[in-house]
Design a protein around this ligand. Sequence first.
Ligand code: AMP
Length: 478
Amino acid sequence: MLFTELGLSQPILEAIAEEGYTEPSPIQAKAIPEVLQGRDVMAAAQTGTGKTAGFTLPILHYLSTHDKPAHKGNQARVLVLTPTRELAAQVAESVKTYSRFLKIKTAVVFGGVGINPQMQQLRGGVDVLVATPGRLLDLHSQNAVQFDKLEMLVLDEADRMLDMGFIHDIRRIIKLLPKKRQTLMFSATFSNDIRQLAKTIVYQPVEVSVSPPNSTVDAVAQKLIVVEKTAKSQVLTHLIQSNDWFQVLVFSRTKHGANRLAKQLTARGVEAAAIHGNKSQGARTRALADFKQNKLRVLVATDIAARGIDIDLLPHVVNFDLPQVAEDYVHRIGRTGRAGASGEAISLVSHDEFKLLTDIERLIKKQIPREELEGFEPINNLPASQTEFKAQKPNKPKRNRNRNASGKPGSRPGGKSEGRGSSDSAGRNESTQKPGRRSKKSTSRKRKPGGGRNSSQPGSAGSAAGRRRSGPPRAREG
Ligand code: AMP
């Protein structure tokens, strides 16, 4: 398939061609037509599959072919929410790149930096606003941004957005948005709980996926090195130096551990910096920029800081500690092997991490090949892994079966030139009612008592998120 077959406008095709993309990636080929049709979309795509362009390109097409609604004030037409500041900056960069031949105003806002310049950016409104949730709520409370005319919402890395910590902010933001809008959720993984929760935010979504959820990127060669816990930092130094590795992204479970490891590596002549939620935004941006430009050999990151970061051709990812939550393993190793490039993910595993390893192998449904390193053989053995895993059931993509009177798929709410299907007319945030029985009245009645952002009743969205993970609460940022 070619990009020209997707129906995107010429200025967008030109920008894509300048990027050197010849054909849409599988997720782009599946998602772009659905977004262009005005449908709500839940797209399960592993990181590195081109999902950012998967939502950005059709959004830009829509914006450039539908006039701005007449209004005054600091309105945003499209809101893209991301879980981390780095990802927000990266998505905004992509939007700017793909819209370089269009008259589109893009702004990005996130915490950790001054709010005043962001307020100025929002003056007079923007077409695309990329934001982290906390700062967005701050800006809204200061009347710096309004959403009355919002047409589209994107949740990027949706599983994390809806995951612990963010759910309340997300619900607060959703309440500020018009019910008639198009909502897109792009996510590396969609667990059942997250899928249920998502359906309270999207309306009759089309689900698209390009690989079974939670499978690991095929291009990434995975292995684990069994080591003694106390020897991990020497082993890592040895691996980097003896293999002459450059651009190594190392994951640490804790901020303190990340700092200590970066210091140890630097002291042994391997230039490293740590990046995590306690670092100032300036330090984070600098470290990441140096790393991307090959000025820094090793970046030691916690999960929160590394989420969604796109580094071209990153060859090595090392799990210094295994993650507490098995799904994070998939996200971590997805930092390498992006966009079809091959990569290597190595985990340093000590005997006390056996339970975490078992969870990961169960999730990815395969054994990770093991090695020991000469001179660093462990004293405490790692028990043998499980050898059989249940076959993974392929996820049937669900189609939107709701059709409007003409038999055509439901149209984009708020879209100017497309008709509005009546079943789209209200209650886009509620998914428990049958299509066609939605009304403004029933929506508002439903949202107040149980569906509020602080709901913690059994079966509520909040409890679903709370149930999902048994690990320690994660850091969040705004
Ligand atoms: P993402 O999954 O959105 O983070 O994208 C991963 C990488 O793939 C980015 O560096 C994009 O620039 C690149 N990319 C996105 N779409 C395409 C495409 N159709 N062809 C080649 N590269 C692409």
